[in-house]
Design a protein around this ligand. Structure first.
Ligand SMILES: N=CN[C@@H](CCC(=O)O)C(=O)O
Ligand SMILES: [Zn+2]
Length: 429
């Protein structure tokens, strides 16, 4: 028991959290702890004690702990800080000019093949200075924090030259150092083939492998390596080569797999030992079984299928009920397929379109998402010893979050023991 408690968060109406450090799949996704009239004592940025308010106060009193600051949660709902494990945070420009095209039925991959889509954002990102990218991404990062998010992943992939990929990753590193939120970086030089390599796709893969990957690892700019494995983008063979070379360079594989066409990306995820596979709308049963065998976390992105106007969504129910996979959820924040920073929108869409229960959704946005970033021992639950990352919502219970959709429920956010959002506004950032 610490002698000095920096923050005592008390008068929590309901505290909800999954427990443990590992990904939770199948029925275990529904297993969460629900505690009424709770409190959390925080010391040195970590959770020191959690329990009912009476238990916590008694424990602190018998240890003679000094409480430096008391924070009144006002009877609200408290969850672990949300984790957004798949974002394309750093990019230039926006793509509202493609909205009419999309709504008239032109498919996502066709817009890309016409030189638009991802490639239009590549042009804008190449043009932007590091400072311009920083300022734009900072705004989005604050939006995410106001949603109750405390850790995010950020991918490169809109530079597609050595310098422009490094530029994006340096912006993410600067933001990680300057902003209260934690950013975890992923190198995604294999996001699209740039126009100057059209018809010479394998030469672009050579560039990624021989020049980009070594520079990224030399500068310690990323932990993960991701590939858009999709028809007309990177084949299974090209993806395998990049992910294996990434691994040789110390980067853990992730993969945009079977989003539109069932290419076998889910199987590849299992084969290369990816920590996660993303999208998976078209994943086959064999692919899902392979992921379950290999312990790959499916990161589902219901904002993308919603925004692309698809009838089909990822098969979350099969993944949970049949394959006992530990589903994670994310915004996929990007300027094309999912222009939203809102994890709370994702929470509602997961309920509506993926048919996940509120308990499963909480697990997916916290401990499973944390494990998709290799951080299950550090964040994702409210337990003694973990980082004190907490979200305080103006909601009477957990089910209220997906139920009352389209508004921001966040009242406060505590990141590493520091209050960074209060009364719905950013403080101390
Ligand atoms: N599908 C590939 N990449 C992103 C979209 C990028 C974009 O359209 O700019 C995604 O995860 O959805
Ligand atoms: Zn993505």
């Amino acid at each position: 028991m610490p002698h000095r408690v920096d923050v005592l968060l008390h008068n929590i109406g309901t505290l909800v959290t999954p427990l443990g450090n590992h990904p939770r799949g199948g029925n275990a996704m529904k297993d969460i702890q629900v505690m009424e009239q709770a409190a959390v004592a925080i010391a040195g940025g970590r959770i020191a004690v959690v329990g009912t308010e009476e238990e916590v106060r008694n424990a602190l009193q018998s240890a003679g702990s000094e409480i430096v600051t008391s924070v009144d949660a006002g009877g609200r709902l408290v969850t672990p800080g949300l984790v957004d494990p798949h974002t394309h945070l750093v990019h230039g420009g926006s793509r509202e000019h493609e909205l009419a095209l999309k709504r008239s039925g032109v498919p996502y991959l066709e817009i890309l093949a016409m030189g638009g889509g991802i490639l239009s954002t590549v042009t804008a990102t190449r043009k932007a200075t590091e400072d311009e990218l920083y300022t734009k991404a900072l705004k989005s990062l604050n939006e995410m924090m106001l949603q109750g998010v405390t850790t995010i992943e950020a991918k490169s992939g809109y530079g597609l030259t050595v310098d422009d990929e490094l530029k994006q990753l340096r912006v993410a590193r600067r933001l990680h150092e300057a902003h209260p939120l934690d950013l975890v970086s992923t190198f995604m030089g294999a996001h699209a083939v740039p126009p100057e390599y059209k018809g010479r796709e394998d030469e672009f893969v050579d560039l990624i492998v021989n020049e980009m990957l070594p520079r990224v690892t030399d500068e310690g700019l990323a932990e993960f390596c991701d590939v858009f494995c999709e028809q007309g983008v990177f084949s299974v063979e090209q993806s395998r080569r990049i992910l294996m070379e990434g691994k040789r360079n110390g980067l853990i594989p992730k993969i945009h797999a079977d989003e539109i066409v069932s290419l076998g990306g889910a199987q590849l995820a299992g084969e290369v030992g990816a920590i996660s596979a993303e999208h998976l709308l078209a994943a086959s049963d064999e692919g899902l079984a392979e992921m379950a065998n290999a312990g790959v976390i499916p990161v589902l992105l219901p904002g993308t299928s919603f925004n692309l106007g698809l009838i089909q969504h990822a098969r979350a129910r099969d993944m949970i009920d049949k394959y006992e996979l530990p589903v994670a959820l994310s915004t996929d924040y990007n300027p094309g397929s999912s222009p939203t920073e809102s994890m709370q929108l994702i929470i509602s869409l997961a309920s509506l379109n993926l048919k996940m229960t509120p308990e499963e959704i909480l697990t997916a946005c916290t401990i499973n998402a944390a494990n998709a970033l290799g951080r299950g021992f550090e964040i994702g639950t409210i337990e003694a010893g973990k980082a004190a990352d907490l979200a305080i919502f103006d909601a009477p219970n957990l089910a209220y979050l997906p139920y009352h959709f389209g508004i921001n429920h966040t009242f406060g956010v505590i990141k590493s023991g520091r209050v960074v959002v209060w009364e719905r506004g950013v403080v101390n950032a």
